[in-house]
Design a protein around this ligand. Structure first.
Ligand code: NAG
Ligand code: NAG
Ligand code: NAG
Length: 380
């Protein structure tokens, strides 16, 4: 090794050493087990467990006191089409890439100790109930969730560059997979939000199947590949669609069968590297769709004060009877529209700057090598 290389190595080590906090928290978010939301700590990651990106900016103890439109609640509920939360901004006009660690819960319903999405936020939504997950995709006015309307957005998930999650310390609960209709922890989940589209996917359990279906290392290839639905692939679907369907499990994000019949898993290169995705995303087949009308579903929505003349307040007067029309007319449509390229609609979320956990582990390994080397020098 040349002296210059040696010098750079020592210099890098000194630079790394300036922040003495560890890169990783003691317990990764993926291993934080809080089966129900009762008795959660105020924060999963507080100042007593210092790490470079920490501590958590918001909190997990969310209740009627914290249910304000500036709440920093970071415990999200994802139950069904009428009752789910998305991670959104903290102050108006934010960009996901700048606040990935700090985003807060915005929910369609009151009662979760969070902000409530204003009327007109959700323009269209499809809930796909699959054996291994629930995937909610749709069209959104992201400015009403304090996101810059032009932001291509990015991914939030239980992983994150230091395994503390994005948002850091975020928890998700749902009644969907629980045996007793009570809220149970969702340990594998991903959200994409940006370019007026969103996807919230919660996976069943925390086994290798859940890891695959809720794979969180493909942030750059966006919604079409991670959350293929009628909204995220092809030409998309018009606003005003509100439906719940049964679905087969999707092929896990990144998994494809090549022309030679061999099944492989795509891995995404680092930020800036060409994507070269070798396949086209397709939606899983869906059936038994129930359609709803929007204003009847989101009865808790506060008036959209951003709307000109606030004529939208009328929406909040809608009756609470969110009667399903029960038409099965959409059956199978997601599957049949699935052969289009995912590149246009999915571009929405590809501009994000989130990093995969795997990429960060390489950095960490390098730091360890550098550290060992410097220690060797010092104590030799
Ligand atoms: C920090 O979090 C831990 C784990 O939840 C908890 O035991 C501890 O009391 C908290 N410390 C402070 C200062 O809040
Ligand atoms: C709600 O949670 C906050 C912490 O986030 C706590 O300070 C407050 O006492 C709780 N309020 C109720 C009514 O439980
Ligand atoms: C659907 O809603 C979004 C968000 O408000 C808007 O940007 C878009 O133009 C709407 N699309 C149609 C076809 O109306």
């Amino acid at each position: 090794m040349s002296r210059i290389a040696l010098f750079s190595l020592v210099f890098a080590a000194v630079a790394l050493a300036q922040d003495t906090r560890p890169q990783f928290p003691k317990v990764p978010l993926a291993d934080q087990i809080y089966p129900t939301p009762d008795g959660l700590p105020y924060q999963l990651y507080n100042a007593s467990d210092p790490f470079i990106r920490g501590p958590q900016s918001g909190f997990n103890q969310c209740n009627s006191t914290t249910e304000t439109q500036d709440s920093k609640c970071q415990t999200a509920i994802v139950n069904d089409i009428t009752d789910f939360c998305l991670w959104g901004g903290i102050e108006p006009n934010q960009v996901v890439a700048n606040i990935e660690g700090e985003m807060v819960a915005w929910c369609t319903k009151k009662g979760h100790g969070t902000r409530v999405m204003p009327a007109d936020t959700i323009k269209a939504v499809q809930v796909l109930n699959a054996p291994g997950y629930v995937m909610i995709t749709g069209v959104i006015d992201q400015s009403l969730l304090d996101l810059d309307p032009t932001d291509p957005g990015g991914e939030e998930d239980f992983g994150g560059q230091d395994l503390a999650g994005n948002p850091i310390g975020a928890l998700v609960y749902s009644t969907h997979f629980s045996d007793n209709n009570n809220l149970a922890q969702i340990r594998r989940w991903t959200e994409f939000i940006g370019s007026g589209q969103f996807c919230m996917k919660i996976c069943k359990g925390a086994d290798s199947r859940a890891d695959e279906l809720c794979r969180h290392t493909l942030d750059r290839i966006g919604l079409a590949y991670n959350c293929p639905s009628k909204f995220t692939i092809g030409a998309g679907s018009p606003n005003g669609t509100f439906e719940v369907c049964d679905s087969a499990d999707m092929t896990p994000p990144g998994v494809y069968t090549g022309a030679d019949g061999v099944t492989s898993t795509y891995t995404q290169g680092p930020e800036g590297a060409p994507l070269n995705v070798p396949y086209t995303a397709t939606a899983a087949s869906s059936s038994n769709c129930q359609t709803f009308t929007s204003s009847a579903i989101y009865t808790d929505a506060p008036a959209n004060t951003a709307a000109a003349g606030s004529g939208s307040a009328a929406a909040s007067g809608a009756s609470a009877t969110a009667a399903a029309s029960g038409s099965g007319s959409r059956a199978g449509s997601a599957g049949s529209s699935a052969s289009r390229t995912g590149s246009s609609a999915g571009a929405g979320a590809t501009g994000a700057s989130q990093h995969s956990a795997a990429g960060t582990l390489h950095v960490s390994a390098l730091a360890a090598v550098v550290g060992t080397f410097v220690a060797t020098l010092m104590f030799a």
